[in-house]
Ligand binder design. Structure first.
Ligand code: CA
Length: 479
């Protein structure tokens, strides 16, 4: 009897060791790098002027998603959707105040999921919403249950705030504002975050880890050391050209995010904004480079999945719009790079249309785990294995216009189709990306496009209805 048991143990032991080895092998680390308000004005996305050498180098070792979109073009709704793997219609987070735990108290967030798998999970800087710059150095609207430890960097960009130029004096977060700063990178909030991330990686190099590192730039105020401004002489910058009579061809809600002062900007003002935004991108890129170089130096490159993305895109004058909160391409589209040690390198996933809420299932799948129930996204691992594959072919970006309208925008390989749902009915936009990448020719009133719009509307509604909670209806007006 004893002999038999010993024999059995001898037979089983190698299998057990093998299983443990496999478990060890599938435990890739995750380094989740976020920028705030970063659009695709990057070298690896073909921008002719912006210098982003470190992100471009990451692209050489990653799959770059050419068509990735946020679910809501504003910090908190977008980040909440991404980190819960649910659409804004499910989290009900559309503003910067409501915390998703009030609606979904028991939801398991992406970092929490990895905690449950025995990972060391930490946050540096902005992963969930933070008011920038007002809440830099605080926890912002954090979710304490998502992390075992955290660090809130704060640098001289915050203490030198009074030196920042703003078109609305005293307002730095929601208004175009900038400062060509004295001092060097390491004194800035993001420089402090990068240095802390390097120390953290060194300390936790031998444990499976999920490190979320959220940079604050290029969010306003566009503060970066002077040398980054000098990289962009204003005479080399190009302002976007907007066709005459633009607003007459779109529903008013499409451009309702435009601020009053923006109409008065001179070309000189616009060039200043471009210079400051690009400088902030190059500064953030340098901080990302510091963290990525440390990852390599520690020998963790082949053991770590690296994600680089942003919470939404950003307008630089297209459609006479600035900043965010539109569902046009420039505000809805985000950069998305995924380095997976076992999968494709230096390739663009051109055929997939993907969403930020796909990151949750992608990272779970990419680490070799079964997908949990309740996620609204799709694993992009098929496109990481073979970027020519279509992992998914649609994205929905949602935005509210107060209580007056709900915007729902569907991006497919050929079209952007937008519905502005109001109490009076639906106003529509249709853009054909096969001949109108800039979305300046609204086809919604063309009689021969009716069938196309009906099909796209059906497609969008069927995706939204598959969610666990259907979209809410507009509240009745008060009084
Ligand atoms: Ca943001």
């Amino acid at each position: 009897m004893l002999r038999n048991a010993m024999m059995l143990a001898l037979v089983l032991m190698p299998l057990l060791v093998q299983a443990q080895e496999k478990e060890k092998r599938t435990k890739y680390n995750v380094l989740f790098l976020m920028c705030d308000d970063l659009n695709v004005d990057l070298g690896c996305y073909g921008h002719p002027l912006v210098k982003s050498p470190h992100i471009d180098a990451l692209a050489k070792e990653s799959v770059t998603f050419d068509h990735a979109y946020c679910q809501y073009p504003l910090c908190s709704p977008s980040r909440t959707s991404m980190l819960t793997g649910k659409r804004p219609d499910e989290t009900r987070v559309y503003d910067l105040q409501l915390h998703f735990r009030k609606v979904l108290p028991d939801v398991v967030t992406l970092p929490q999921y990895f905690m449950g798998k025995g990972y060391t999970v930490s946050r540096i800087g902005k992963l969930y919403h933070y008011g920038v710059p007002s809440q830099i150095g605080t926890d912002g609207l954090d979710d304490p249950g998502s992390w075992q430890s955290k660090f809130n960097p704060i640098g001289r960009d915050k203490t030198d705030e009074s030196q920042v130029f703003s078109f609305e004096p005293g307002k730095y977060g929601g208004t175009l504002s900038w400062l060509a700063a004295d001092g060097d990178d390491s004194e800035q909030t993001d420089g402090i975050a990068a240095a802390y991330a390097c120390d953290w990686l060194e300390k936790h190099r031998d444990e499976p880890f999920f490190l979320g590192c959220g940079f604050y730039r290029p969010h306003t105020p566009f503060v970066s050391p002077k040398k980054y401004f000098e990289m962009y002489p204003k005479e080399e910058l190009v302002l976007p050209q907007v066709p005459e009579g633009h607003d007459s061809r779109v529903p008013k809600f499409a451009v309702a995010n435009r601020k009053k002062y923006e109409a008065d900007l001179t070309d000189e003002d616009r060039l200043n904004v471009l210079q400051a935004y690009y400088a902030s991108i190059s500064f953030a890129d340098a901080q990302i480079g510091i963290v990525l170089n440390k990852l390599k130096e520690l020998g963790l490159w082949d053991k770590t999945i690296v994600v680089l993305t942003s919470d939404h895109g950003y307008h630089m004058g297209e459609h006479h719009l600035w900043q965010k909160m539109s569902v046009f391409e420039k505000s809805a589209r985000v950069p998305l790079l995924i380095h997976h040690p076992a999968f494709a390198k230096d390739q663009h996933a051109e055929n997939s249309i993907v969403e930020l809420l796909d990151l949750y299932p992608t990272l779970v799948d990419g680490c070799g785990y079964e997908l949990p129930a309740g996620l609204s996204g799709t694993s992009l691992v098929p496109a990481l294995r073979d970027p020519t594959k279509t992992a998914k072919n649609y994205a929905i970006t949602r935005v509210n216009r107060g209580n007056n309208a709900q915007g729902f925008s569907l991006r497919t390989p050929q079209y952007r189709y937008t519905e502005w749902r109001t109490r009076e009915g639906i106003e529509r936009e249709l853009y054909d990306h096969s001949r109108d990448h800039d979305e300046y020719v609204n086809l919604a009133n063309e009689p021969n496009q009716k069938g196309v719009m009906e099909a796209l509307s059906l497609q969008m509604n069927s995706i939204l209805q598959r969610q666990t909670i259907p979209p809410e209806t507009l509240k009745k007006p008060k009084g």
